[in-house]
Design a protein around this ligand. Sequence first.
Ligand SMILES: *Cc1c(COP(=O)(O)O)cnc(C)c1O
Length: 224
Amino acid sequence: MTEIEHKIYIDSVIRRVETARLRVSGHHIVKIIAVSKYSTAQEIETLYEIGQRAYGENKVQDLKAKSEALEELPLEWHFIGNLQKNKINNLLDIRPTLFQALDSLELAEELQKKLLAKGMTLSCLMQINSAKEDSKHGFMPEEALSMYKKITKECPNIKLKGVMSIGAHSEDKELIKKSFETTYEIYKQLPSATICSMGMSNDFELAIECGSNMVRLGSIMFNK
Ligand SMILES: *Cc1c(COP(=O)(O)O)cnc(C)c1O
């Protein structure tokens, strides 16, 4: 694609996000995280040049490599993948803007220890397994509220900002919608939460309709 074609393409994606958010309300602001896990540092730079600042990665080593390669640019990095305990220090050294996949109490406790030792805080989202799928990580919907309060209280270096969820793995739009509604219901009950991260390339319009205010777009943002 030429630069002009690329701009036109990205504008068409942004317009879809815009149309979806305006159907909710003119006051409903949605942030786009460009998920760069299938893309190179060069492709990120190209997208940055047309205005995209926030990026998401799901592997610590990829986040490290790309954030280092692009350290001159004022980018915001989000970590969206499952975090193994032995990778916590590596992630913290990168100082990501937001860790979106806090998926268990054990991980929260381990993170708290490491954060305290480093004298750091970390903004996080609690991941919800909204469709209760064995293949997915995250807190079950019925325990989410009490766990959110427990982590807020017991892990002061973890700054919980809201929730993240991946829509149900299904062809059935109603099932996907139900999983987003489940997450949004939890989000609404959380004390002082401001981020409800849900929606990917195939379902972001539905997610926004259900209340999402942060979408994680990979393939569609990078035209793959
Ligand atoms: C890969 C990934 C995305 C983006 O997926 P696309 O379908 O390419 O938009 C979003 N969220 C998470 C957690 C992911 O792992």
